[in-house]
Design a protein around this ligand. Structure first.
Ligand code: ATP
Length: 305
C-alpha cells in the first residue's frame, strides 16, 4: 500500500501566459489532514480542480493512491466539496442525500441515516434546505461528499462563513472521520489560524507556487517563542547554560543553533554569562511568532491574507 494518498510532480496550470499553478510538488500522506493555505487567488481551487479532474493540467504529473494511470477510476475514491454544491433548496437534508445516492448508484439505503447522524442533521426533520443556516448547508455539503464512503476527502474553503461554533463542530467532525473511517483529508483555507488544531500538516501556496510543506509539530515549533543563540562553542555554551544559568529547557538544532524556551525576558543575563566565560556570541535574539505573522513572513510580509 502506498504511503501517499496524493502526490503531484511539477504540476502546472497555465491560462495563456499566466501560471495559476507552477511546478507544484505536493505530498499528502495517508491518514493526515493536509491544510492547504494560500491567500485569495493563490491557486487553491485550481489545484483542487486538477486533482478532482474538473480541469486539465498544463504540465506535470498527478499521482492518486499511488497510480498515475486511470485517474478517473482512482477519483471514484475521492469525496469533494468545491465551493457550495448544488443543493435542492425545496428538499430536506434527507431528500437531498437520497437524490445524490440514486444519481451515484449507491445501493445501500441505510447510508442516508448514517450520514445524517454523522453530520449532525438527523434532527433537521422536514426543514427545507432553503431555511438552513450556512453551517447546516456546509454540513449537508460535507454529507454529500461523504456518501460514497471516500478514502480521500477534499474540502475547498469549508470554513468560509462559519461562526466560531460552526468551525469547532466542523473540526470535531473531520477529526472523527479520520479516526473512525481512516479518511485522509485535504482542506483549503486562506486563514492559517482556522486550520490550526485541525491540520496535521500544511502546504503554503502563494501565487501558484507551493512555498513550503511542514508538519503541524514543525509549525508549532517554528511559532514557539524562543531565544535563538549561535556561539563559537556549543558544548561550553550548553554547560554554562545548565550549570551557571540553571537553564535546561533548550534544544540544539542541526544547523548548530540553540533554541532556549525559558528566560525570554532576560536575554541580557544569558549574553553576560556567556561572554564573561569567554564564549563568542554570533547571534542572540528572541524569535517565534503567531501563525498569521508566520504566514505573512513566509509570503513576504503581505497583508492581504
Ligand atoms: P480564492 O481563495 O479567492 O478562491 P484560490 O486560491 O482558490 O483563491 P484560484 O481560484 O485557484 O485561487 O485562482 C488562481 C489564479 O488563477 C487567480 O489569479 C485566478 O484569477 C486565475 N484563474 C482561475 N481560473 C481561471 C481561468 N479560467 N482563466 C484565467 N485565469 C484563471
Amino acid at each position: 500500500m502506498t504511503k501517499f494518498i496524493c502526490e503531484t510532480k511539477n504540476l502546472s496550470k497555465k491560462y495563456k501566459d499566466f501560471y495559476a499553478l507552477k511546478n507544484v510538488n505536493l505530498t499528502i500522506p495517508k491518514g493526515e489532514i493536509y491544510g492547504l493555505v494560500g491567500e485569495n487567488g493563490a491557486g487553491k481551487t485550481t489545484l483542487i480542480r486538477l486533482l478532482t479532474g474538473l480541469n486539465f493540467k498544463s504540465e506535470g504529473e498527478i499521482i492518486l493512491f499511488g497510480h498515475t494511470d486511470n485517474l478517473q477510476y482512482e477519483r471514484t475514491k475521492i469525496g469533494c466539496t468545491i465551493e457550495m454544491p448544488a443543493l435542492y433548496k425545496d428538499m430536506t437534508a434527507s431528500q437531498n442525500l437520497e437524490v445524490q445516492r440514486i444519481q451515484r448508484g449507491i445501493p445501500n439505503k441505510e447510508c442516508i441515516a448514517d450520514t445524517l447522524e454523522l453530520i449532525g442533521l438527523s434532527n433537521a426533520g422536514k426543514k427545507r434546505v432553503a431555511n438552513f443556516s450556512l453551517g447546516m448547508k456546509q454540513r449537508l455539503a460535507l454529507g454529500v461528499a461523504l456518501l460514497g464512503e471516500p478514502e480521500f476527502l477534499i474540502l475547498d474553503e469549508p470554513v468560509n462563513g462559519l461562526d466560531p461554533t460552526g468551525i469547532i463542530e466542523l473540526r470535531e467532525l473531520l477529526k472523527k472521520l479520520v479516526k473512525e473511517r481512516e479518511v485522509t483529508i485535504l482542506i483549503s483555507s486562506h486563514i492559517l489560524s482556522e486550520l490550526h488544531q485541525l491540520a496535521t500538516c500544511y502546504g503554503f501556496l502563494h501565487k501558484g507556487e507551493l512555498l513550503k510543506q511542514i508538519s503541524a509539530e514543525e509549525l508549532n515549533e517554528e511559532c514557539k517563542r524562543h531565544i535563538c543563540l549561535r556561539t563559537d562553542n556549543i558544548q561550553k555554551t550548553t554547560l554554562l547554560l545548565e550549570q551557571k544559568g540553571n537553564i535546561n529547557n533548550y534544544s540544539v538544532y542541526p544547523d548548530n543553533s540553540i533554541r532556549i524556551y525559558e528566560c525570554l525576558d532576560n536575554v541580557r543575563m544569558i549574553s553576560k554569562l556567556l561572554s564573561s566565560n569567554g564564549v563568542i556570541i554570533d547571534e542572540i535574539s528572541v524569535q517565534g511568532e503567531n501563525l498569521e505573522t508566520y504566514f505573512e513572513n513566509l509570503i513576504g510580509g503581505r497583508k492581504n491574507v
